[in-house]
Design a protein around this ligand. Structure first.
Ligand SMILES: [Ca+2]
Ligand SMILES: [Ca+2]
Length: 220
């Protein structure tokens, strides 16, 4: 699939105010002269690896980064940073990951294969922030309908011990409904499970043969 960054970019770019007046050489692609923010944005847009850029209107400089830097940060006034959407068309970006909300219903194994074939993995939720963002996204798409979504964790190897499918790591964050997981022997997969009473999604264990919607995730 061709990466249509020009199209994606024109839809949206976001200011990241937490990086105001900061600079870092981490994940840096380059620093260039640039007369305007628009020209700086185009410099990032024109480079496939670029997903984050900063512009300094006083110095007329543009810094392009592979992704958001999290270390090596120092102060330098007048830098303002923007995130290029930077995901393939149809995917949504959250922090340094891209997500595809698949609308077909597949069993867990098929869902996992589908994500692999998309150069991604079945979504792995590592924080409350990521969980909240995903719930917000699927709530918008499904309008509160009962369309549960597979996550990438199973307990195939050991009853009640949940591991992510990419690296077999134990899940470090979870957000199960009270009373879940409840059927350890039969329900070896996890879904984001809609509850009409609470009007939101939390996690539940489920049978892996059930066909569900699912979310693919990939790293930038
Ligand atoms: Ca994740
Ligand atoms: Ca259950």
């Amino acid at each position: 699939m061709a990466l249509s960054k020009a199209t994606v970019f024109s839809q949206k770019y976001t200011l990241n105010p937490e990086f105001n007046d900061k600079k870092s050489n981490k994940e840096l692609l380059g620093e260039h002269d640039s007369l305007s923010l628009t020209k700086c944005a185009a410099m990032c847009q024109g480079v496939r690896e670029c997903c984050f850029y900063g512009f300094n209107p006083q110095k007329k400089k543009c810094r392009t980064h592979k992704k958001i830097f999290t270390s090596g940060v120092f102060n330098e006034v007048d830098w303002r940073y923007y995130a290029d959407e930077c995901c393939l068309s149809g995917w949504r970006r959250y922090q340094d990951h891209c997500y595809l909300f698949q609308q077909t219903f597949l069993n867990w194994n098929e869902a996992k294969t589908n994500c692999t074939n998309n150069g991604a993995y079945l979504v792995e939720i590592d924080s409350k922030e990521e969980d909240d963002w995903l719930v917000e996204q699927i709530s918008m798409r499904n309008g509160g309908k009962n369309e549960n979504q597979y996550l990438g964790a199973t307990s195939h190897a050991q009853l009640g011990v949940w591991r992510w499918s990419t690296d077999n790591a134990l899940i470090s964050y979870s957000n199960f409904w009270p009373g879940q997981p409840n059927l350890y022997a039969a329900e070896r997969c996890i879904v984001l499970d809609w509850d009409a009473t609470y009007g939101t999604y939390k996690w539940g264990d489920t049978r892996c043969e059930m066909t569900r919607k699912f979310i693919c995730e990939k790293d930038l």
